[in-house]
Ligand binder design. Structure first.
Ligand code: CS2
Length: 507
């Protein structure tokens, strides 16, 4: 800890900040944080929201001269982010690290922060406020609590508890309203119920997680949760959601590594203030949004976002090319003892696998989004990953593999198998995940922790018999591998070969 003053509305004025967008090394907010009112509720106050949508939203509000797009940021897993941001009046900065230099910008769009289970009433009331027109989310793939078939996982205790409150709340039971919301989808359903009752008008729910058709996925979770609640009042809410709530899909992109003490020291040197809410990001940022809103929205297109009628080709390209490659580098790299993504990409075999997967295997499965040259896109991705300043660790990407592998890699595998080809690079990537799970250590013997909502089940499955049966056991995990894929003999055989090769490497 340093004895510097902490960033806040009081200390902000003393910092020597250049205007946002001026290209200076140290920039201030594009909006006046004191004037901005909350018009967006965001579920999932992680670093990614703060480096991406919060910046776009602030720039959009500034460009349109609107003061109504402040954000209420909601964290659901722990109170840590609230403790970081509340004493700072929601202010935080983004340290942008490019190859040739760094810059810092203070962001002023976060106008309130809340810890869901402690501040539930405020969060649900905000979702029900006529001033709020957008509810967005970045709660990570696992945060949505999906069952293997894609519907809501009703065995999840938090989601189940939330849904149990919904019926009582729909009937207006006052005690129910004070019960804390626990899960993101539960909070959303409860907030929407309140909004309908308050007659606060249409609202748009904007999912910003790395999942194909993320808007439809979230809409499906809300509607199927209401089916599970059942009864005429839930039915009425369901009809209201169908009529009054839009769920546009989006593609989001900005590499946002975990903040380190070195980043904090660098930021303090620039700002002259301590910032507990600091986030770090690469210079690149992209947001493609389906233009299907139920109510007003920030003019994100004025901040560089692309509004389009069809976001699916963008999402697929990004998930399979960028996130898919990220996972390839993470698993192969971690097994070979590389701590950082850029270092792992310096390994010729890993680089070759990534290139092969993108060029020969992923691109043939894609429809190029309008205006995007996929070959150039693949080189741009490699260039971004190779930026040592971004400092992303292989373990950060490797986490939650049970959620990420199906979305990032198995779609490519399935599409290539359907075209009659076993994709060897994508299969090697899946094999690397399996060995990562089974071995739990790299080739030097260093431990590789398994951070995954299915960790116990994965380790148990991997260790439940001899290594010769590892692939068969893992392919039986229906949460990860769809039956059709698991039963494809060519894929199974190729996976066995790749896993055997990697097992000899990771001793
Ligand atoms: C990464 C992504 O952590 C991960 O799994 O692949 O978070 C990636 O950095 C972002 O999607 C980039 O937009």
């Amino acid at each position: 800890m340093t004895d510097l003053d902490r960033l806040s509305l009081t200390t902000l004025d003393a910092a020597r900040l250049a205007p946002a967008g001026s290209g200076a090394e140290l920039e201030g907010p594009a909006v006046d944080p004191r004037a901005a009112r909350v018009g967006v509720v965001h579920l999932g106050l992680g670093a990614f929201h703060r480096s991406h949508q919060a910046v776009f939203t602030e720039d959009a509000a500034a460009a349109a001269g609107e003061e109504r797009w402040g954000i209420l940021g909601v964290t659901q897993r722990s109170a840590r982010v609230v403790e970081q941001l509340r004493p700072q009046d929601g202010l935080y900065s983004v340290l942008t690290k490019g190859r040739s230099g760094s810059s810092l910008r203070v962001i002023g769009s976060m106008r309130g922060v809340a810890f869901l289970r402690e501040d539930s009433v405020a969060v649900l009331d905000a979702i029900a406020s006529p001033e709020v027109a957008v509810v967005s989310s970045t709660v990570s793939e696992k945060g949505y609590r999906r069952a293997p078939g894609g519907g809501p996982d009703l065995s999840d205790p938090e989601l189940a508890a939330d849904l149990a409150v919904v019926a009582a709340e729909l009937e207006g039971a006052p005690s129910a309203s004070a019960t804390p919301a626990l899960s993101p989808v539960g909070a959303l359903v409860r907030g929407l119920a309140r909004r309908m009752r308050a007659d606060a008008g249409p609202v748009s729910v904007v999912c910003c997680d790395n999942m194909p058709d993320n808007g439809e996925v979230l809409a499906g979770l809300v509607l199927r949760s209401l089916d599970a609640v059942g009864g005429p009042l839930a039915e009425r809410l369901r009809a209201w959601v169908l009529e009054s709530v839009a769920f546009p899909s989006t593609m989001v992109d900005r590499i946002t590594p975990a903040t380190t003490p070195a980043h904090r020291a660098q930021a303090e040197g620039l700002l002259g203030l301590r910032d507990e809410g600091l986030v770090v990001a690469e210079p690149f940022a992209q947001w493609v949004i389906e233009d299907r809103f139920a109510a007003a929205r920030p003019r994100w297109e004025l901040a560089g976002a692309t509004l389009t009628s069809d976001v699916a080709p963008w999402e697929r390209a990004k998930l399979r090319m960028l996130n898919g490659s990220h996972s390839v580098i993470a698993y192969l790299g971690a097994l070979r003892g590389f701590r950082m993504i850029d270092e792992a990409l310096g390994d010729e075999e890993i680089l070759a696998t990534v290139r092969q997967m993108m060029t020969e295997e992923v691109i043939p499965t894609l429809t190029a989004p309008e205006g995007l040259d996929l070959a150039a896109y693949s080189e741009q991705i490699i260039e971004r990953f190779a930026n040592p300043a971004t400092g992303y660790t292989t373990l950060q990407v490797a986490g939650d593999g049970s959620q990420k592998v199906p979305i990032r890699l198995l779609g490519t595998v399935a599409d290539r198998l359907a075209a009659g080809v076993v994709p060897s690079a994508a299969t090697r990537a899946v094999a690397a995940w399996i060995v990562f799970v089974a071995r739990g250590s790299d080739l030097l013997g260093n431990p590789l922790p398994l951070d995954d909502p299915l960790a116990a089940r994965l380790r148990e499955t991997a260790g439940a018999g001899p290594e010769s049966g590892l692939v068969d056991r893992m392919l039986d995990l229906r949460e990860v591998f769809p039956r059709e894929l698991a039963e494809h003999e060519g894929f199974r055989a190729a996976l066995r070969t790749e896993v055997a090769g990697l097992l000899t490497l990771a001793r």
